[in-house]
Design a protein. Structure first.
Length: 41
């Protein structure tokens, strides 16, 4: 929610495959952010 500005209601109403896709994209985004932080240390 906080990274992509989705509301909780929008997330809860996603159909299962949409939710899986959203979670996958979010995980990818967070991993990329983590790599950037580690790179900048």
């Amino acid at each position: 929610m906080q990274y992509h500005k989705y509301s909780l209601t929008e997330i809860e109403t996603l159909i299962p495959w949409e939710r899986e896709l959203y979670v996958k994209l979010l995980i990818d985004y967070l991993e990329k952010e983590k790599q950037e932080r580690e790179k900048n240390r």
